[in-house]
Design a binder for this molecule. Structure first.
Ligand code: APR
Ligand code: ZN
Length: 271
């Protein structure tokens, strides 16, 4: 049993405009390592914070490029979990009745999309968008194109070959870089504004799988509270945000979200 699920279900049932704010914890059950998970072997000496910077990319493009290629191929070998699927089902159901569920994620994976959901904003960018590090031209680069032979199995970080980033076809000079927001960089233009606008018009926000430690994403749930919306937090741990939440469902997203959406499906009041 999930404590306070009944209260959260009542909020979900009454909600017409829902915003879901998701973080790494939603993808954890799919096998996507959270940023801070220990790295092994050759890569042990690099902290993600070191690798996820423009300086690291400029000083050793092959290292940073290879690391992201590994993460992208790993994500390609993962599948959306029950949490992603529940959010996508809820989104379809609300859209069918002329209401809305909007997703803004800190995750750079494409698991929401692969679960069939529309995503309004990838606040920290996406591993599946690339651009020129010099001229900024968007570029095609399918990291999921696994080298011949391996059937989408999770690539072993150790066996990753160090490969140089492709060069930009537009300017012919720059290197491609992942469309990830590296530490110290600006968020994608418009992402924060679109998300804030959705939060200021919602009647329920669901904050799932985020430690609420990285700004400005961590401040977003307060925008919903500020307009009188209810906010439900889904996280097995207590976070900085937990005391401000209307309801904190202490559990794993893969269990809690399906239960919340299933309960919503229950005997309906008038709709
Ligand atoms: N279900 C729900 N929440 C979970 C689960 C789960 N199964 N497993 C872990 N969590 C929670 C953890 O308790 C933690 O609060 O998910 C959160 C993960 O926190 P972080 O790893 O800090 O992920 P996130 O908050 O998305 O990080 C924000 O920091 O790493 C950088 O830019 C990167 O977008 C990332 C940002
Ligand atoms: Zn270029």
């Amino acid at each position: 049993p999930i404590p306070d699920l009944a209260e959260a279900t009542a909020l979900a049932r009454a909600a017409r405009r829902v915003v879901v704010l998701s973080g790494a914890g939603l993808s954890a059950a799919s096998g996507v390592p959270t940023f801070r998970e220990a790295q092994t072997g050759l890569w042990e000496r690099y902290s993600p914070e070191q690798l996820a910077t423009e300086d690291a990319f400029r000083s050793d493009p092959e290292l940073v490029w290879s690391w992201y290629q590994w993460r992208a191929r790993l994500i390609r070998s993962c599948t959306p979990n029950a949490g992603h699927l529940a959010v996508a089902a809820w989104q379809r159901r609300l859209a069918a009745s002329g209401d809305s569920l909007t997703i803004a994620t800190q995750n750079v994976d494409d698991l929401h999309e692969r679960a069939g959901a529309e995503v309004l904003a990838h606040l920290h960018g996406s591993l599946f968008e690339y651009r020129c590090a010099d001229c900024g031209a968007p570029a095609e680069h399918d990291p999921g194109a696994a080298p011949e032979g391996d059937a989408g199995s999770a690539p072993d970080l150790e066996s990753m070959r160090r490969v140089a980033p492709p060069s930009c076809a537009a300017c012919g000079v720059g290197m491609l870089r992942p469309g990830i927001v590296w530490f110290g960089e600006m968020l994608p233009a418009g992402a924060l504004e679109r998300t804030l606008a959705a939060l200021q018009h919602c009647d329920l926000a669901v904050v799932v799988g985020t430690s609420a430690t990285v700004q400005p994403a961590a401040s977003l749930p307060y925008a919903a509270l500020g307009v009188g919306a209810a906010v439900v937090e889904v996280n097995p741990e207590v976070t900085e945000f937990s005391t401000a939440a209307s309801v904190h469902l202490r559990g794993a997203a893969g269990q809690v979200l399906p239960a919340l959406v299933r309960a919503y499906d229950g005997p309906h009041g008038h709709h």
